[in-house]
Design a protein around this ligand. Structure first.
Ligand SMILES: C[S@@+](CC[C@H](N)C(=O)[O-])C[C@H]1O[C@@H](n2cnc3c(N)ncnc32)[C@H](O)[C@@H]1O
Length: 219
């Protein structure tokens, strides 16, 4: 009986915590039009590659991932193609992972994600319950194919619009990751000789429900 009450209480507390994290996340993102910033940047830089099509992960999708990847505080989390930074900001709120790195090629999205990171740190600093959180988040302007991610423990990639050539190059890159690292992808899948499938599901993205795959690097 005592255990059942304890479990119910923990569930209630987790739900309260999630609501609190979601309200901070909303404060950061509520007035931003990252889609328009992406469109303007692609026009300015004359980028027509469909891989740059903009779309975002939802807060609930990030909560779902975090529930399944068994992340540890000392691990390093990358978002490849980090856009406005939602994945890392929400991960910093909802988990204890301390080192988070976003790679994004469009300069104005990088600036926006850095501003969002500053805002997060301010909000955390002023929050009675969360002021102990001091996540180290870096948003780097670079091409995801050029960056060394060999120190990654967890990689997220919103890969729905990546074409075959880019995906093959990324798959090769993921084969260099440490055994035990987790890779989370949308739409695209990884070969089972190197990556063990942990979860296949469907989660909410800014354009609707989309498939999501979570893998663990085997060898
Ligand atoms: C679908 S959006 C995902 C944004 C973010 N990860 C999220 O889920 O909210 C894909 C992002 O990848 C970026 N991108 C696409 N190709 C890239 C490349 N080769 N190098 C760096 N960023 C890239 C795009 O500019 C875009 O911001």
């Amino acid at each position: 009986m005592y255990n059942v009450i304890k479990q119910l209480f923990n569930k209630f507390r987790q739900r309260q915590d999630l609501r609190h994290y979601a309200s901070i996340f909303q404060k950061i993102y509520q007035y931003q039009d990252s889609m328009q910033i992406s469109l303007d940047e692609r026009e300015r830089l004359k980028i027509t590659d469909p891989a740059f099509t903009y779309g975002e992960v939802s807060f609930s999708a990030i909560a779902f991932m975090l529930e399944h990847i068994e992340a540890q505080a000392h691990e390093t989390f990358y978002d490849l193609g980090s856009g406005a930074g939602k994945t890392l900001i929400a991960t910093a709120l909802m988990s204890d992972i301390n080192t988070l790195v976003g790679i994004e090629k469009l300069p104005k999205l990088v600036t926006l994600s850095q501003q969002n990171q500053q805002r997060l740190l301010e909000l955390l600093g002023n929050d009675v319950k969360l002021s102990y959180k001091k996540p180290s988040i870096k948003f780097i302007e670079a091409d995801i194919l050029d960056v060394d991610i060999s120190n990654a423990d967890i990689v997220f990639i919103n890969a729905t619009c990546f074409d075959r050539t880019v995906w093959d190059k990324l798959t090769e890159k993921f084969q260099q990751l440490k055994p035990g690292s987790r890779i989370i992808t949308t739409t695209k899948q990884l070969p089972d000789e190197y990556f063990e499938s942990m979860i296949q599901s469907s989660v909410l993205m800014s354009w609707g429900y989309n498939s999501i795959f979570i893998y663990r690097k085997i060898l």
